[in-house]
Design a protein around this ligand. Structure first.
Ligand SMILES: NC(=O)c1ccc[n+]([C@@H]2O[C@H](COP(=O)([O-])OP(=O)(O)OC[C@H]3O[C@@H](n4cnc5c(N)ncnc54)[C@H](OP(=O)(O)O)[C@@H]3O)[C@@H](O)[C@H]2O)c1
Length: 428
């Protein structure tokens, strides 16, 4: 396969990434280090007549992406439609079964069906590559899949959703509410009309599920991810966290321990000097912890036509060089699902914010409740905030079992002086 002088590429999906890829290939068909060229010999999208930022009038058109995937006119199939099921999945399965290498940017597909697709790819002896599915143009997948195989990765953690990072950064910078900044992001095209996948944490969960599978040699197990989004983050918490020296970020993390693999996405406070706190706007950032190499940090664009198409092109180049390796580090038949870690075995620090009536004895009641639950306080801040509708009390805890923290918050919620339920955000 690697001796071909030209690779015929079929591209299904001509939206942001697909159009970016066609533009790239029309300008740089000789980009691959293999010395061969890449030529688009088939395209598919929903609407043939839709105006696009790239001229497709001379390219063979397929109404059905599955027909393109099966076509004898292509050597490699690139799936840029999106969605965990439906035409994207059927087309990818069809291409793999026809013995064609597949490149995709589809995180939902890989996170939810990666193991079964890996089995089909390995049975057919063809690669299934998805660099663009995580962190867009920033090479996180290749880092874990290739560069870290000489080490044992113990944990990965980062900011994997640019939309949430943009919203949180703008809230802090402009003092506007979550709803206002989200509406602006939608107007500017940074957020989808239906932002649920992004702000609910599901997109980041797809991505960290893929990274966990690569890091630990497991089947991607999306259903095992604990997911909390940023919808409930209030400006008040952003301001109070700032006063304590922290910035709120949506952190996606995966860690391996004797108890299993924990995969989670949740808002977290990162100290101002922490690299994750410094990654602002739509940037993505990732830490990788290796037992031998130590800690690696990468940061870069996580989306956009140019960066994402570059990552797709890098995978096409890998196909052209002919390397075939297991999709998730181990042969597909040996992949096991993640075993989630019991909350009794996870420890951490937390920020807890209460809004209370201004009356004597409240602070004593809060301290007693925490002490009874077994939580020790690291710092305490009581600060009148204009327009808060009560007095915010903020405390940070020392590290404690998550189960204990949850119980402490449950008990505090019953205190009569509370004006609303306590807000707990973990500290990174
Ligand atoms: N945008 C990014 O920056 C980015 C970054 C990393 C990964 N990704 C991933 O890349 C993939 C593509 O994202 P995108 O932003 O380029 O999406 P997009 O702009 O919404 O484009 C989707 C494309 O798929 C086509 N399509 C939809 N349903 C189809 C069907 N049934 N048959 C054939 N074509 C169909 C659409 O056709 P029409 O154009 O005719 O409607 C459109 O061209 C997704 O998996 C996404 O998660 C995107």
């Amino acid at each position: 396969m690697s001796a071909k002088s030209e690779w015929r590429v079929g591209v299904a999906g001509l939206g942001t990434v697909g159009a970016g890829l066609l533009n790239f290939l029309s300008e740089r068909s000789d980009f691959a280090p293999a010395g061969a060229g890449a030529r688009v010999t088939g395209v598919s999208a929903r609407s043939r007549s839709r105006p696009r930022p790239v001229d497709i009038s001379n390219l063979p058109w397929f109404d059905d992406p599955v027909a393109l995937a099966a076509s004898d006119e292509i050597d490699v199939f690139v799936e840029l439609i999106g969605g965990s099921d439906g035409p994207a999945k059927i087309a990818v399965e069809t291409a793999l079964k026809a013995g064609k290498p597949v490149v995709t940017a589809n995180k939902a597909l890989i996170a939810e069906h990666g193991a079964e697709l890996a089995a089909i790819a390995e049975a057919a002896g063809v690669p299934l590559l998805f660099e663009a599915a995580v962190m867009g143009g920033t090479p996180a997948v290749k880092m874990l899949r290739e560069a870290m195989v000489g080490d044992e990765v113990t944990a990965v953690a980062g900011i994997l959703n640019g939309t949430c990072n943009y919203i949180l950064t703008e809230m802090e910078a402009s003092g506007r509410s979550f709803a206002e900044v989200l509406a602006e992001a939608q107007r500017l095209g940074y957020a989808e009309a239906d932002p649920t996948m992004d702000i609910g944490g599901f997109d980041a969960a797809h991505k960290i599920t893929i990274l966990a599978a690569l890091a630990f040699g497991c089947a991607p197990t999306y259903g095992a991810a604990e997911i909390e989004g940023v919808e409930a983050i209030e400006l008040l918490d952003i301001r109070l966290a700032k006063d304590l020296g922290y910035r709120i970020k949506l952190v996606a993390s995966a860690a391996r321990s004797d108890g299993g693999v924990s995969v989670r996405v949740h808002p977290a406070l990162a100290p101002h000097e922490h690299p994750l706190a410094r990654a602002g706007g739509a940037l993505n950032a990732l830490f990788i912890e290796g037992a031998r190499i130590g800690r690696i940090f990468i940061q870069g664009p996580g989306a956009g036509a140019g960066p994402t198409a570059a990552a797709v092109a890098a995978d096409i180049a890998d196909v052209m060089t002919g390397a075939v390796r297991p999709v998730f580090q181990k042969p597909a038949g040996e992949l096991k699902a993640f075993t989630p870690v019991d909350a009794a075995h996870t420890h951490g620090r937390a920020y807890i914010r209460l809004l209370v009536r201004d009356e004597p004895g409240v602070i004593a009641a809060v301290s007693e409740t925490l002490a009874e639950a077994g939580v020790s306080i690291d710092s305490f801040l009581q600060k009148p905030v204009e327009g808060a509708g009560g007095v915010p009390i903020v405390l940070t805890t020392h590290a404690v079992a998550e189960k204990v923290l949850t119980e402490a918050v449950r008990r505090m919620a019953a205190l009569p002086a509370l004006l609303e339920p306590p807000r707990m955000i973990r500290i990174a």
